[in-house]
Design a protein around this ligand. Structure first.
Ligand code: NAG
Length: 191
């Protein structure tokens, strides 16, 4: 190998390492289906964005909750019921950009009495919510949280258990409900 070729190999390796490093700095969301996100959330609401402020690391949205899809009791226990913390950094799965005055469907994480949200959560402008999503939110997701959906990064060993949905048919959306069917097996509904 000539010196020039050697240099090229070294540069190539450095580039690869740089790529791997920057990948590890990126946001990776394990759940890709809305039902998973819903079932993993303590609080799911429809809320209006009233205003926002920010510091170096967070944008704080002042929100007013209009409707609860899940977690009303959790909400009642919050010490701060109006401020939603969202990260600015992409490595922390931000930035979350909301339009002031608009209504959104949001999943919220509760930690130490405060509400937080990042891009791994659900954020849908209410005006753009699909029928499938609204049906899911109005009870179908919650009713079927016992039906498991494989995480994006999880290797499946081909075996599918009774209480687990497999890979969805191509025409299913990420909002499709995974529910128990007539023979007691979890399966994707209506798609
Ligand atoms: C909620 O938290 C925000 C940001 O820390 C603060 O500005 C606001 O005053 C708090 N509100 C209440 C009711 O505690």
């Amino acid at each position: 190998m000539s010196n020039v070729e050697m240099m090229q190999v070294i540069i190539g390796l450095c580039f690869l390492l740089l790529c791997l490093f920057s990948l590890s700095q990126q946001c990776g969301c394990p759940a890709q289906f809305t039902q998973q996100i819903f079932c993993n959330s303590q609080l799911v609401v429809k809320a209006r964005i009233e205003s926002s402020t920010s510091d170096q690391s967070y944008t704080f949205y002042e929100i007013s909750v209009i409707k609860f899809y899940d977690g009303e009791d959790e909400y009642k226990r919050l010490s701060n019921k109006t401020t939603l913390w969202t990260p600015k950094e992409s490595a922390a799965c931000g930035p979350v950009v909301f339009e002031t005055g608009s209504k959104y469907i949001l999943t919220v994480s509760v930690y130490d009495g405060i509400m937080s949200h990042n891009l791994c959560g659900l954020q849908v402008k209410f005006l753009h919510a699909s029928k499938t999503l609204l049906a899911g939110l109005s009870g179908e997701y919650k009713k079927n949280c016992q039906c498991k959906i494989p995480y994006k990064f999880k290797k499946t060993n081909g075996r599918k258990s009774q209480n687990q949905c497999g890979k969805p048919p191509i025409k299913c959306s990420r909002e499709t409900v995974c529910a128990t069917d007539a023979i007691g097996q979890c399966s994707w509904q209506n798609c």
